[in-house]
Design a protein around this ligand. Structure first.
Ligand code: HEM
Length: 235
């Protein structure tokens, strides 16, 4: 197979993407240092708690206990960078026109279901796709909305007096805190699926987010990563 390189991700997308990774990690880590001090959430069926966030061994293994002040400092410092990076990303998507490759389009939900069935090896063929498949479009748009929701709910519990109108809009302090917590869980779920899918799509796809270029088959114009899974369904 003769290969050629094709531009896939712009410099701005790559920088903004890779900056978001350590920032999100710091926000989740410092959030855990804070949450430990009042760890109230769990998954319950009626009065029976199936799982409590988080078990003692989890805190102890990660040396989380008694670091509330450190967590607050880190969280309130890095939240600005996380927010600014997200705002620049959204502005860039809008003005570069790259939102077209990312937002869901009519039929995306149906085609995303087919992508999922293909990933589960239930069907063989994938629907046609552009830069991203429809499952990616939904996941990436969803993670942008998660980013916005994490900032809005975070502000509501950071300044519940000054931003009382926002806290009230989100159902009051307790609800806003609950929403903020579950957004973090959704971020973690996105992250796990995203990294597994990137690993499955292979080296060439990963490298494209570093170098900007992807190796494609010179004749068929199909990306090298697509051969790994017959069409390359990365989320
Ligand atoms: C080790 C961590 C990560 C790895 C290895 C990784 C890898 C990748 C790769 C290879 C792509 C391109 C997929 C393709 O071209 O088919 C991508 C896209 C994307 N990733 Fe990640 N990622 C990571 C962390 C994250 C995190 C933490 C977020 C969210 C905060 C995120 C959000 C996105 C988004 C929104 C896109 C689409 C970018 C665009 O074109 O605008 N990723 N990622």
């Amino acid at each position: 197979m003769t290969k050629q390189l094709e531009k896939k991700h712009s410099l701005a997308i790559r920088w903004l993407h890779w900056i978001s990774f350590p920032l999100l990690t710091i926000m989740i880590w410092s959030g855990l240092l804070i949450y430990w001090a009042n760890a109230v959430y769990g998954v319950k069926i009626f009065d029976y708690e199936l799982f409590h966030f988080f078990p003692t061994w989890f805190y102890e293994t990660l040396s989380i206990p008694f670091r509330l002040a450190e967590g607050l400092q880190l969280h309130f410092f890095f939240m600005w960078f996380f927010t600014i990076n997200g705002i620049i990303y959204v502005i860039y998507l809008m003005f570069s026109g790259e939102w077209r490759a990312l937002l869901p389009v009519p039929g995306s939900f149906k085609r995303a279901a087919l992508v999922t069935l293909k990933d589960l090896h239930i069907v063989k063929k994938l629907p046609a796709q552009g830069k991203y498949n429809d499952a990616q479009r939904i996941a990436y748009t969803g993670v942008i909305l998660l980013g916005a929701a994490s900032v809005v709910t975070g502000l509501a519990i950071y300044k519940p007096l000054q931003l009382g109108w926002l806290t009230n809009l989100l159902g009051g302090y307790e609800w806003a805190r609950w929403e903020h917590f579950w957004i973090m869980i959704l971020f973690v779920l996105f992250f796990v699926v995203h990294v597994v899918q990137v690993a499955l799509a292979g080296w060439s796809n990963f490298r494209s987010m570093v170098t900007g270029y992807e190796a494609i088959d010179a004749e068929s114009k199909i990306p090298e990563s697509a051969h790994n899974e017959e069409q390359g369904a990365t989320i």
